[in-house]
Design a protein around this ligand. Structure first.
Ligand SMILES: [Zn+2]
Ligand SMILES: [Zn+2]
Length: 265
């Protein structure tokens, strides 16, 4: 009897352990051990190449190795942007679930992929390694609304993965800016004007961390602020970059219709 109970409890333990150890891909539910995304789904993510080497704006194949028109006309205050994916399906859906629904399991595969991408880049270019990371700031009211600042969450993750210090509580939005969504770059810069303040002296080289870069206005404003306070070199690190808007036609759809989304749980 006791022997039977011991055997049963061992079997239950084995089942519980194997359930805990078998992680499922967030997209196709195949077993995976790679931060929640299987190798096939990871290779399907929309790589941001070719892209402007300065601001990571997605460019057509014919523009490989060239800077975008914006950076030629008005070079940004950051030296370069490292952004491995385009804000297209399924990256847009994954970030949306992470950011707006607080489902961290959808952000984790992207965070791990970005850390790997940066690790490889910094091994090739060790002089570009920043002294510290700083997250793109969010107004406290919006942070309370959402429950967390996804850029800070990402900066903390990258800080641990790359062994870099994270500057906390040094940049503040002094007034609540209306949401940046739906504004063009000029609108966003005006929206951000005078809304950021920095406390203390920043290090000589800093990487700004954000989840999605749309027009780059937030990064430009923060990089300018850091440089005016003494930082000499700024990089911009993010998960995804949106394509340039096509005008005067409406912005192209970046995702297939809802019925084609995988059944993400
Ligand atoms: Zn998969
Ligand atoms: Zn550019």
């Amino acid at each position: 009897m006791i022997k039977g109970l011991t055997l049963l409890s061992t079997r239950i333990k084995q089942k519980v352990n194997s359930a805990l150890l078998t992680e499922r891909c967030v997209s196709c539910l195949a077993p995976t051990t790679d931060h929640g995304l299987c190798a096939a789904c990871r290779s399907d993510l929309p790589a941001n190449t070719p892209a402007c080497p300065r601001c990571a704006l997605p460019l057509p194949d014919s523009a490989t190795g060239l800077c975008c028109g914006d950076c030629l006309r008005d070079p940004p205050p950051f030296a370069r942007a490292r952004i491995p994916w385009r804000y297209e399906f399924p990256v847009d859906r994954m970030i949306g679930r992470y950011k707006y629904q607080g489902q961290r399991k959808y952000g984790r595969p992207l965070m791990a992929g970005l850390a790997r991408h940066l690790e490889e880049a910094l091994a090739r270019e060790p002089d570009c390694r920043p002294e510290a990371l700083i997250a793109a700031p969010m107004h406290p009211a919006r942070r309370r609304q959402r429950g967390f600042n996804q850029a800070q969450d990402l900066a903390e993750y990258l800080g641990r993965a790359l062994d870099l210090p994270v500057l906390r509580g040094r940049v503040h939005r002094t007034r609540r800016t209306p949401t940046q969504r739906g504004l063009d770059r000029a609108g966003r810069l005006a929206n951000l004007n005078d809304s950021l303040t920095l406390t203390g002296e920043p290090p000589a080289s800093v990487a700004i961390v954000d989840d999605v870069v749309t027009t780059g206005a937030t990064a430009r404003a923060l990089a300018s602020l850091l440089k005016s306070a003494g930082t000499q070199r700024v990089e911009l690190w993010a998960l995804a970059r949106t394509p340039a808007p096509v005008s005067p036609r409406p912005h192209p759809a970046v995702s297939p219709p809802a019925e084609q989304w995988p059944d993400w749980r």
